[in-house]
Design a binder for this molecule. Structure first.
Ligand code: GAP
Length: 545
């Protein structure tokens, strides 16, 4: 496209023309009149070009793309999601820092989980316990004695990894199949000292799970929040594990963040779950099926419970509730399965555990554990502290020591990987589109003036930006072509781009573009905030605008 000047009766007139090929010949065609002043004509031409580019963007096809974990790690670093911790010094294995976009996504995941599992229900309250606490906690919980791994090193390739005691005999290197040498028992809790002088100081641990703070505060929380059985206590917070072999990007890290619920019931009412089990169909792999080397079977969780594949209604309930949380945020259930722990794998405190597993780029792996911890922890703390952990149960009129029938527990990092993996898609020219659910999206909307030099457009765009920023994380972007601005936002998952153009001042409206298909609609500026609210919450879809 190019600008031409025509002189008619001593006056200048500017037009936008374009060369097109017709019947094998190149012809120049006038597209539109640009006015009489050169500067204005140049601005109008720019606006027209951007609009055309805009239109062309709506026709591209977006498709999910399978990527390796290394590709995902590179993408995360490039786009400001996650960096190796202290990258300028070469990082430190198992530790990661979250950048401007990643920290927003991580916060949104935690906020959605809290909203769903704490604010969204009457029977669960939250706490925020200390990372370092009295070391007696970890003696009582059995972590000092039982939370151990056997460290092994491959004699051939020197690969270091961990095995369970039961797996040590006959263990081979998981990389090259070589013989391994045991380096002995290893407690993966980080230690520190509390107090400045070593002799007077207390040896303490960085907590390896958030759960124990829920148990130690159990009585106070139950009393303060006037909780009646059955009820749950939730917590989100950092935990630390000195993993022998951190790997697969943020899948196995040394500093992690857990989202955990301890759900307490009267042990005499193990079979009475008053809640509806979600109607979810999923691949099921029981311990029995694993022993017989059978493949997972797709079935409804309700059916698995009816057929006694899942024994406890509470486990069926929590498995379906956790899956439903992922589903409500756009995850594809085909990439999930539930697997029961075999006899040898169960933790020291658990009588039955089901894992929710996800098909990560490196295979099916644990995403979340749902363990029946029984009365293990409350009994242990009762004994060690000498303080009763029993509570009065109004329903039965007796004192009970509640049991933890289910402990839905998972790492924020693994949820982060799931949502990134599910969202990652590409459109023509290898441009990435991150189709994150708007509730999770780090930036909810980006605002652009179509032409940066047009002061009126810039002012309208900045006013909209200021107004929307009161509610959400919003981006204002005026640099580069509109096409580039769309592409930049698609890559970081911004669901809506709002463009202020030449018509906006007169018509008091803007265009809003949908990330997932490039579709655009015009919308009145006065309705923008309300519409955006409904689009982000999922109350309306873009098609309904
Ligand atoms: N309170 C129970 C508990 O901590 P766990 O199976 O050891 O049980 C629960 O851990 C969840 O925490 C796992 O399912 C996983 O999502 C996450 N997790 C555990 N260790 C992790 C690590 N090193 N890196 C990332 N996430 C981890």
């Amino acid at each position: 496209m190019f600008i031409v000047k025509k002189e008619i009766k001593g006056k200048d007139y500017y037009y936008l023309r374009q060369s097109i090929r017709e019947d094998g010949k190149v012809k120049a065609k006038t597209i539109c009149y640009l006015g009489k002043i050169k500067k204005e004509a140049e601005e109008k031409a720019k606006e027209y070009k951007s609009k055309t580019e805009n239109k062309n963007m709506t026709e591209t096809k977006i498709e999910s793309k399978e990527i390796t974990i290394d590709e995902l790690a590179n993408f995360c670093k490039r786009k400001g999601f996650i960096y190796p911790s202290a990258d300028i010094y070469g990082g430190l294995a198992g530790f990661w820092d979250y950048g401007p976009i990643g920290s927003e996504l991580k916060n949104n995941i935690k906020a959605q989980w809290w909203k769903h599992h704490v604010h969204g229900r009457e029977d669960i309250v939250g706490i925020d316990g200390a990372i370092i606490t009295n070391p007696k906690v970890w003696e009582a919980s059995g972590h000092v004695e039982n939370f151990t791994d056997i460290a092994v090193v491959c004699k051939k390739c020197k690969n270091k990894f961990k095995v369970d005691e039961s797996e040590l005999k006959g263990a081979v290197c998981d990389k090259c199949g070589g013989q391994v040498e045991s380096k002995g028992k290893f407690v993966p809790m980080f230690t520190t000292q509390v107090g400045p002088i070593k002799e007077d100081s207390t040896l303490a641990y960085l907590r390896p799970e958030t759960a124990q703070l829920i148990f130690t505060n159990f009585k106070l929380v139950q009393d303060n929040a006037r909780l009646k059985l059955p009820f749950g206590i939730a917590q989100i917070g950092k935990a630390f594990r000195n993993e022998i072999a951190p790997r697969n990007f943020i899948f196995r890290v040394r500093e992690l963040e857990q989202m955990e619920i301890e759900y307490f019931i009267d042990p005499d009412k193990k079979d009475e779950c008053p809640y509806e089990i979600e109607d979810i169909e999923i691949k099921v792999l029981s311990a029995n099926m694993q022993e017989k080397n059978e493949e997972p079977v797709i079935m409804k969780i309700k059916t698995a419970l009816k057929n006694k594949i899942i024994q406890l209604p509470w486990h069926a309930y929590w498995l379906s509730s956790s899956l439903n949380w992922f589903k409500s945020l756009g995850a594809n259930m085909e990439n999930f399965r539930i697997r029961q722990h075999t006899k040898d794998e169960k933790s020291h405190y658990s009588t039955d555990t089901w894992d929710l597993e996800y098909k990560f780029p490196f295979g099916w792996k644990e995403l979340q554990g749902i363990a029946d911890r029984g009365t293990y922890d409350l009994s242990a703390h009762q004994e060690k502290s000498g303080k009763s952990m029993e509570i009065m149960d109004d329903a039965s009129g007796k004192k009970v020591l509640p049991m933890v029938v289910a402990e839905p527990s998972f790492g924020v990092e693994r949820a982060f990987l799931v949502f990134m993996n599910e969202a990652y898609a590409e459109k023509e020219k290898d441009n990435v589109v991150l189709r994150l659910n708007p509730k999770l999206a780090p930036i909810k909307a980006a605002i652009f003036p179509l032409v940066k030099k047009d002061k009126k457009l810039v002012q309208i765009a900045k006013d909209i930006y200021k107004n929307l920023r009161e509610e959400w994380n919003i981006l204002y972007d005026e640099s580069g072509s509109v096409g580039r601005r769309y592409a930049r936002n698609d890559e970081i998952g911004t669901p809506f781009c709002i463009t202020v153009d030449g018509d906006s001042e007169k018509k008091k409206d803007v265009t809003i573009r949908n990330r997932d298909n490039g579709e655009q609609k015009r919308i009145k500026i006065e309705n923008l905030k309300d519409t955006l609210k409904k689009l982000i919450s999922g109350e309306i879809s873009f098609n309904n605008l």
